[in-house]
Design a protein around this ligand. Structure first.
Ligand code: FMN
Length: 188
């Protein structure tokens, strides 16, 4: 696994849910595997976890603003999309899933995902009643049909106190899917 990820450019998208803290663990495991990780946080994600955590883990700036480029002045979304060999969005909120399903490009993460030609893994995380909503299920089905790779969600304890489907997948299954995509075991 480490060998496969070594020196790979991974783009980690973090959207605004309580499970954003789990993205730090995933990020750390990617870095420990030798991957070069760049993080895009949505505006809401900043309510749940600090950019400093991801900057410390990756040794790179965290990107959040389409119009305040830090690296690519012809468009941060273009540069970040081109650099990535794999994109992982974890956690993926209902809002971010809706943006992707509808081809929206109204923040840096959705715009970058629209540009990338790399495989995109989506790890949803939300309240179980939210996950069960037809609108959310329609959007998820659209993503799968568009070729996105869904990992989770799992069933279990949710931060709202309910038990049900909506927990973000652990880093293990996400890393496993990355491995399968990199080896070509799963079609991109
Ligand atoms: C305490 C709290 C927890 C939340 N947790 C989630 C969540 O787990 N999943 C989700 O889809 N939305 C959650 N939301 C709502 C999102 O933060 C909100 O829809 C936001 O607009 C998502 O934007 P983003 O996708 O751009 O990050 C939560 C909101 C609050 C206040």
């Amino acid at each position: 696994m480490s060998g496969l990820l070594c020196n790979r450019e991974i783009l980690l998208g973090v959207s605004g849910g309580v499970a954003a803290y789990k993205a730090a663990d995933l990020c750390s495991r990617l870095v420990q595997s030798g991957a070069k990780v760049t993080v895009i946080m949505t505006e809401s994600a900043h309510q749940f976890i600090g950019a400093t955590t991801f900057e410390a883990l990756t040794g790179r700036p965290v990107h959040s603003h389409a119009f305040k480029p830090q690296e690519h002045f012809q468009g941060e979304h273009i540069g970040l999309a081109r650099r990535a060999c794999l994109v992982v969005i974890a956690p993926a909120t209902a809002q971010t899933i809706a943006r992707l399903a509808h081809g929206m490009a109204d923040d840096l993460l959705s715009t970058t995902v629209l540009v990338t030609t790399a495989p995109v893994i989506v790890a949803p995380a939300m309240n179980c009643d939210m996950w069960a909503k037809p609108a959310v299920q329609r959007n998820v089905a659209q993503l799968v049909s568009d070729g996105y790779h869904l990992v989770g969600p799992e069933e279990g304890w949710l931060s709202c106190g309910q038990i049900g489907a909506g927990r973000m997948a652990d880093p293990g299954p996400i890393l496993h899917t990355m491995q399968r995509l990199l080896t070509g075991e799963v079609g991109t």
